[in-house]
Design a binder for this molecule. Structure first.
Ligand code: KG4
Length: 340
């Protein structure tokens, strides 16, 4: 068989990313992040689209150069079709269509959430990366999603439970924002939490049915508790920063792990992966290692570079779809909500 070169393109939120894979092995992965949103404490969709416009051509150019190939060698273009911010998606989708059409090669559309899960299948030239065996359970936790997924194959993913309101990453970012820390708050909370006492403070946990999640109550509980504490001590946040971060992070991790453990027990599937931006969190990673030791799970934790949005995960998903001949027409529109 001839070598298969896939160009992956990701532009669903605030990262413009392009990757090249040869026969499922990653050759390059280039990402331009957008610092412009920091001043606003969150992603501003219009600014994100504009930055994607500026970044897409140089990012793709770099990815092809670093892969050491010519663009004419590409076999297919895989792109994130959704879900995400419509203006952001349109930049990557339109670019992918024009690029593939100009080269006369097929296109493969990728669901962004499938991409996060498939990050576990990215192979690197010198690294032996164990792939989870199907079926496995995946906890997908990012800024926009919190889901427990039964992954039957690379394109058959069954959602067992998901958040009914905010995502875990959103809840962590909000906590950081309320305490006047930067954006995105996840890595900051993670760093502070490592030096704090996770049992210093207690916050409300949700009581909802099944495998679904809810984080809006926790956010409110944190806000109200803080308001009361600040009445007695206006410098309460500075005095207890590490403990607040550690206790809040622990609450989020406890909520995530409780439902995940239920799903693992009920399905009897002990191969358990974690994916998405929040999977970079050390508290969550430690909780997985603890479940491996105590409950006999086989755990799969992605490399830090594949936790947040990247085109390598889009490229690998596209590669498997390509092998199946699962292509998409040029008139396929982007979708902002999940339409797997
Ligand atoms: O997957 P991702 O890059 O974007 C979405 O598709 O949503 O996830 C971003 C989220 C943000 O909420 C960010 O604060 C969070 O992942 N995050 C973390 C950490 N690193 C990123 N949350 C907790 N601990 C971290 N170390």
């Amino acid at each position: 068989m001839e070598d298969v070169y896939i160009l992956g393109i990701e532009s669903s939120c605030d990262d413009t990313s392009a990757a090249v894979l040869k026969n499922g092995v990653l050759l390059s992965n280039v990402t331009a992040s957008q610092a412009v949103h920091e001043a606003y404490g969150g992603v501003v969709p219009e600014l994100a689209s504009r930055a994607h416009q500026q970044n897409i051509v140089p990012v793709v150019d770099q990815a092809i150069k670093r892969a050491g190939i010519e663009k004419e060698q590409l076999t297919a273009v895989a792109f994130t079709r959704g879900p995400g911010l419509m203006g952001s998606l349109l930049v990557g989708v339109s670019f992918a269509k024009g690029f593939a059409r100009a080269l006369g090669i097929p296109m493969v559309d990728v669901n962004h959430l499938h991409g996060h899960v498939m990050a576990h299948f990215i192979d690197e030239p010198d690294a032996d990366n164990p792939h989870p065996p199907f079926p496995f359970i995946c906890l997908l936790v990012s800024g926009g999603n919190s889901q427990i997924i039964k992954v039957n194959s690379y394109k058959d993913m069954e959602i067992l439970g998901q958040t009914i309101d905010d995502a875990a990453g959103e809840a962590i970012d909000k906590c950081a924002k309320v305490m006047g820390l930067g954006y995105p708050g996840g890595p900051i909370i993670d760093r502070l939490a490592r030096q704090g006492n996770p049992d210093a403070f207690q916050f409300a946990k949700p009581h909802i049915q099944g495998y679904d999640y809810s984080f809006s109550g926790l956010k409110t509980s944190f806000l109200y508790s803080l308001r009361d504490w600040l009445k007695d001590d206006p410098d309460f946040i500075e005095h207890h920063l590490n403990d607040l971060a550690a206790s809040y992070e622990k609450t989020v991790v406890d909520i995530l792990m409780k439902k995940l453990k239920m799903a693992v027990k009920d399905t009897g599937i002990k191969d358990v992966a974690v994916a998405g931006g929040v999977s970079a969190n050390n508290g969550l990673r430690n909780a997985f290692r603890d479940a491996e030791k105590r409950l006999g799970w086989n755990i799969f934790i992605p490399k830090f570079s594949y936790t947040t949005d990247n085109a390598a995960m889009i490229g690998i998903t596209g590669y498997y779809k390509y092998l199946d001949g699962d292509f998409v027409d040029i008139d396929a529109p982007a979708y902002s909500r999940d339409e797997r």
